[in-house]
Design a protein around this ligand. Structure first.
Ligand code: 16G
Ligand code: ZN
Length: 528
């Protein structure tokens, strides 16, 4: 380690006095102007992580669905997963170190994590379309090079595309080719093969309206659309040519306001979807003939996907186990439908993709989605091999089902939830099953629900257990919730401190909106 060089370069990326940031659920997030030092330091950390894992590490510059003025950064581990928890702590220490302590903290991390400093390091970088992202990714590069690491800058990418690149590089092409062309080819080949049958039966004019949140999703979907254009026409809205990133549009806006994004022309019964600012989340929606808006969120996406996969498994008579992973925010109706009607086991984890992803790895086929539209499907190595073998050995209808499963494996981005990949999966399933968006929506009816955020002095006073469904502290809080909840049918409520904002989140659902625990009076008393 050239400690002098580190000190010299660090002085070009000064930490603002008194600023303390935490590596949260999805990395660091803050106003862009406060992040230059964090970017430089994450460049340094990525080099250490790369040396330690003897693998390529990813650094993504994005603040996802947050306002355009914000930015953020997260590290991607060797198989395309989120950074390991012990390294999240190292990241927090390094980001908050005072200038004079930088060297010591770097040495501490290297020692604690047994980093072989002599090894080579390789880091790949991606960024979203925020005006601040290009300069901030240069600061990441400065950090990488000062520690002697090599790098490849992919420039503009969606977050899941960078996860894919990292996974491809560390599996030496086993997962796919680590280029944008490789990503487009892999997904569109699977999509076209999967949907060939559906489209030759006269359903070739499928089209979909996509709200791209004025973000990176628009650029990447434009680049990709000609690869699958025979199967699907996408019409892009909020493509970044006029509006502001995530402003009144995008998956997070649509999900939390339960209304269409600005700028989208919706005719009745037209299938529409929204991506978030870095294209790792997707939600669907439509307006019925009475003009009423219907949201189809991550829970219903998980239901559609798992029922399709289960049908294919029944067809090939293979008893691979499927599990669905949700969080406390999953609508009670979705959980009931999955367990009671579809007979699929459902598990609940803490909020944040890393928790769901981890749990989903326990199954042959693990389907995970957060209600907010973030999710994917993981296939175990054994399941992949079995399905490949069936696609070769079986005949007729069974062979066709096994081939479909094989293509599904390739169409999912197993490294991370991916709006583009999920969109193609959903479009393929709807086409193959001949389902309209209304029929999909009718699988079950969501329980009315509300989500609020409340500003408190210290949100960490609230601690939770049972996958964030019950409060442990402060004393008496859970009892008070229980007392309220038991007055209503099919009711459920919980509070949890946010992992990304300085607020407490409150969620409640019950059988009817009219008798809803969180009345508008109660809402007015809360500070937004
Ligand atoms: C982050 C998470 C998302 C989660 C959200 C919860 C990732 C990549 N993103 O955006 O999955 O739903 O945080 O935020 O893990 P909250 O803790 O503020 O409610
Ligand atoms: Zn996102």
């Amino acid at each position: 380690m050239d400690l002098d060089a580190i000190t010299k370069h660090s002085a070009l990326h000064i930490k603002p006095n008194g600023l303390i940031l935490q590596y949260g659920t999805a990395g660091f997030r803050a106003k862009a102007e406060h992040l230059d030092h964090v970017m430089f330091r994450m460049g340094l950390l990525a080099v250490l992580r790369s040396k330690q894992t003897k693998s390529t590490i990813g650094v993504m510059v994005t603040a996802s669905h947050n306002p355009e003025e914000d930015n953020g950064v997260k590290l991607i581990d060797p198989l395309g997963e989120m950074l390991a928890p012990s390294w999240e702590e190292h990241a927090t220490c390094l980001a908050n170190a005072e200038e004079q302590d930088m060297q010591r903290v770097l040495m501490d991390i290297s020692e604690k994590a047994a980093v072989d400093l002599q090894r080579k390091a390789f880091v790949v970088i991606g960024r979203d379309t925020r005006p601040s992202s290009e300069k901030l990714s240069q600061s990441v590069i400065d950090g990488i090079t000062v520690l002697g690491g090599q790098f490849h800058d992919y420039g503009l990418l969606t977050t899941p595309q960078l996860h894919y690149m990292v996974c491809c590089r560390n599996t030496h092409g086993g997962y796919g080719t680590a280029t944008i062309e490789g990503y487009y080819q892999k997904l569109s080949k699977a999509f076209v093969e999967l949907t060939k049958q559906a489209f030759c039966s006269g359903d070739e004019n499928r089209s979909l309206k996509v709200d791209c949140a004025n973000g990176i999703g628009a650029l990447k979907l434009r680049e990709m659309e000609h690869y699958f254009s025979q199967g699907l026409t996408v019409q892009l809205f909020n493509d970044g040519t006029k509006g502001k990133l995530n402003h009144l549009c995008g998956a997070d806006f649509v999900k939390s306001h339960q209304k269409p994004p600005q700028g989208m022309e919706m005719k009745s019964n037209e299938r529409c979807c929204s991506f978030d600012g870095d294209a790792d989340r997707i939600v669907y929606y439509y307006r019925d003939t009475d003009g009423q808006f219907h949201l189809i969120d991550g829970d219903k996406i998980a239901t559609l996907i798992s029922s399709f996969l289960k049908e294919l498994l029944l067809e090939v008579e293979e008893s691979l186990n499927i599990g669905v992973v949700q969080t406390a925010y999953a609508n009670g109706s979705s959980t009931r439908y999955l367990e009671e009607v579809m007979k699929v086991p459902v598990y609940c984890t803490k909020t944040g993709v890393k928790h769901l992803h981890h749990k989903a790895q326990e199954f042959d086929i693990g389907v995970y989605f957060e209600a907010n539209g973030h999710g994917t499907v993981l296939f175990s190595k054994a399941a992949e091999m079995k399905i490949k073998q069936l696609a070769e050995e079986l005949e007729d209808k069974k062979r066709k089902a096994a081939k479909m499963l094989e293509n599904m494996i390739n169409l999912f981005n197993q490294a991370a939830g991916d709006a583009i990949s999920d969109m193609l999966v959903i479009e393929a399933i709807l086409a193959l099953k001949g389902l309209t968006v209304q029929q999909w929506d009718a699988l079950y009816t969501d329980l009315p629900n509300r989500q609020l955020k409340v500003k408190v002095v210290d949100r960490q006073l609230i601690s939770t257990t049972d996958a964030e469904r019950r409060a442990v502290t402060p004393p008496g809080l859970q009892e008070a919730i229980d007392d309220l909840v038991k007055k209503y049918k099919l009711s459920r409520a919980f509070v949890r401190p946010s992992g990304t904002e300085d607020v407490v989140r409150v969620y409640a659902e019950a059988d009817s909106q009219a008798r809803f625990p969180m009345t508008s009076k109660c809402e007015r008393n809360l500070q937004w």
